[in-house]
Design a protein around this ligand. Structure first.
Ligand code: CO
Length: 655
């Protein structure tokens, strides 16, 4: 027992004497927990059954919003993100709400204009938000200025994050060393933060580094120190304990069913660990157990199919080897798989540190982890021996321009020059606060969306996510039918499926026919897609002559990734390899990767020159401007904004 954690005789009961300096706990189950383990698919209706019970525990705060929730809810769950706050607030009467705010990125993937940022904070407060955990992917705190001001104006808690990043196996080295973090904490204190969070999104912080860092921060600044560390690498529980010994004020945990793996340490073992010490949480372990009972039996069965069960290990030692977030690594694997290039993964791992360094040694957190990851994949797949950075994403161009802020070290001059060639805002990068060059957005968005946005909340949904946000508003107001894939599943359905699987495993599902007929040469194979699963079905006509039809329509397989919504019915004919322009003669521009059409920059009849951007395709949340493969005129266009396309789909024909 160290001198900072003093032991007193243990009293197990809930009314035991209060500790001298209890560790405060924020619960993350309802945001980061299900975001980490279940792709953010948790539904509001599945939070309500435990909400009042959780309100009784004594959490410092519950995290209920932010991060990917806003995106996922409107895109995949057909739920209004604003409504979740209002609903949960009716059940949590005592415990403050917290959210993860990506500073000027809000809950999206780029810097929005100041008018959007101010309106967003105002509406979050109006709908029930209390604590704003604010981070910037580059740790460039100029991106905090607008939201911090607005949070303070609303009288709410402004928590400033330092994204914990590394370039070496342990804290230190030239960039992300102890001095760097102390400097960041002092910057935050000067901005008037109410608390400071060490945001260890990748689970990189090692226990003794956590000890040294927290100890140094406690000596350097007055604001309470909060540690957020993911379990991914397996170190987080140890790091929490060392942080407690160093005097950390607040820790993040999850209820057991939402804990561990890429999520966070569980609360229950921590309560027992600290019981009777001077840092005792004071929580009643039996109340926590009762919540777990509900989650385990009534809620989690509906989500277990989303749990990544491809591995037996609960930790990912790749994180220790590559110092990159686990989520980023699995995104890279998914992206390569979708592009039939999984064999390139080792090359991607090898290139990653180089690309990261060239792009300014940025911390790897949303969205920079995606920006660096996707660009690395692009480099590995499309570069040639005599040319690097052949396909540069729009986001890398923005980063090179300074639109995300200042990088930890300067961006490689050659890469920057190449990225900014023909960049619409200019070829000379900016050095000011990024939002200063952004034009106000709300009024234009209001005009674009018209009466489909009933209030400011709707307007913000559309402004933040123009393509999917509009789609959602059409579902919300009955102007389009929501696809089956966004509907919830019930516990009854889960039980039925489980029973079927059990029967099938026992061999009781299908009565075997005495003889299986031989397959004829007329046999045809179909891929049948149901949501994100697909089945291969063989059909062998038993009639007379085989009926010959034109090339079968292949349904565009919605990749199981956050970037592409499950194929909506109307997107079904979005086909590879034969969509509408198939019959038109000319040179086809094929999708180099599966993705979502953001917009066409040209119309049928427009003249284009080779190398001119024609269509913007979003893949893995990054936008790629695809260019004309030759000179000519656009003869046909295969899709429209919002369509999901497969790799190889003919996006347009140039003749
Ligand atoms: Co997190």
């Amino acid at each position: 027992m160290t001198d900072s954690v003093v032991m007193t005789p243990i009293n197990y009961s809930a009314d035991r004497p209060r500790a001298a300096n209890p560790v405060k706990i924020q619960d993350l189950s309802l945001r980061d927990g299900h975001q980490s383990l279940f792709a953010t698919r948790g539904r509001t209706e599945d939070m309500i059954p435990v909400a009042e019970m959780m309100d009784e525990i004594g959490f410092w705060a519950v995290e209920t919003w932010g991060g990917a929730t806003f995106d996922t809810m409107h895109r995949f769950l057909n739920e209004d993100p604003w409504e979740r706050l209002r609903t949960l607030k009716r059940y949590f009467k005592k415990t403050p709400f917290s959210m993860l705010l990506r500073a000027q990125n809000l809950v999206g993937y780029r810097n929005y204009a100041d008018d959007v940022a101010r309106a967003f904070v105002d509406r979050a407060v109006a709908n029930g938000m209390d604590i704003f955990r604010t981070f910037d992917a580059l740790n460039d705190y100029r991106n905090f200025e607008t939201v911090a001001d607005q949070i303070k104006k609303n009288g709410k808690h402004f928590q400033g994050c330092m994204c914990y990043s590394m370039t070496e196996p342990r804290m230190g080295g030239e960039v992300y060393n102890l001095d760097y973090y102390i400097g960041k904490a002092r910057e935050l204190e000067a901005m008037g933060v109410d608390s400071i969070c060490i945001k260890d999104m990748a689970g990189l912080i090692a226990p003794y580094d956590a000890y040294n860092l927290v100890k140094a921060l406690k000596a350097a600044v007055k604001a309470p120190i909060h540690l957020h560390s993911h379990f991914t690498s397996g170190m987080a529980s140890m790091s929490q304990l060392k942080a407690i010994e160093a005097g950390v004020d607040i820790l993040d945990t999850c209820m057991t069913p939402y804990a561990y793996r890429t999520s966070h340490p569980a609360i229950e073992p921590l309560v027992m660990t600290l019981l009777g010490t001077s840092r005792d949480t004071g929580f009643d372990i039996r109340k926590l157990a009762a919540i777990n009972e509900v989650l385990e039996k009534e809620i989690l069965p509906k989500y277990k199919h989303l749990l990544d069960d491809s591995k037996v290990s609960v930790i990912d030692i790749n994180v220790l080897l590559h110092q990159t977030p686990g989520g980023m690594l699995s995104n890279l694997v998914n992206q390569l798989r979708e592009m039939d290039a999984l064999d390139k993964i080792d090359e991607v791992y090898k290139q990653l540190p180089r690309v990261r360094k060239e792009l300014g040694q940025v911390p790897l957190v949303t969205p920079t982890s995606q920006i660096v990851g996707v660009q690395t994949v692009n480099n590995v797949l499309y570069d040639t021996p005599d040319e690097r950075y052949k396909m540069i994403t729009a986001q890398v161009k923005d980063l090179c321009y300074g639109l995300y802020g200042k990088t930890a070290v300067p961006i490689d001059a050659e890469v920057q020059k190449k990225a900014l060639k023909g960049y619409p805002r200019g070829e000379q990068p900016i050095t000011c606060r990024p939002a200063e060059v952004l034009e106000a957005e709300l009024e234009k968005a209001r005009k674009d969306i018209g009466d489909l946005a009933a209030d400011t909340d709707d307007l913000l949904t559309y402004t933040l996510f123009p393509v999917t946000g509009k789609k959602y508003l059409e579902w919300k107001y009955g102007r389009a039918e929501a696809p089956a894939s966004v509907k919830p599943i019930t516990l009854e359905q889960v039980k039925k499926t489980d029973a079927l699987v059990k029967k099938a495993k026992a061999g009781e599902l299908v009565e075997r026919k005495a003889e299986t007929p031989a397959k004829s040469e007329r046999l045809r194979t179909f891929n049948v897609f149901v949501d994100n699963e697909y089945f291969t079905v063989e059909v062998d006509p038993t009639g007379d002559a085989p009926i010959l039809v034109a090339a079968p329509q292949v349904v565009a397989a919605a990749p199981v990734s956050a970037s592409a919504p499950a194929a909506a019915p109307k997107a079904a004919p979005a086909a590879a390899p034969a969509p509408a322009p198939a019959a038109v003669a000319g040179t086809k521009l094929a999708a180099p990767m599966p993705g979502l059409i953001i917009r066409y920059l040209k119309n049928v009849g427009d003249k284009v020159a080779k190398g001119e951007a024609v269509v913007v395709l979003e893949a893995m949340k990054m936008e790629n401007a695809l260019v004309a493969p030759c000179d000519g005129e656009i003869k046909a266009i295969g899709f429209k904004s919002g369509d999901t396309v497969a790799k190889g789909a003919a996006l347009c024909v140039i003749g």
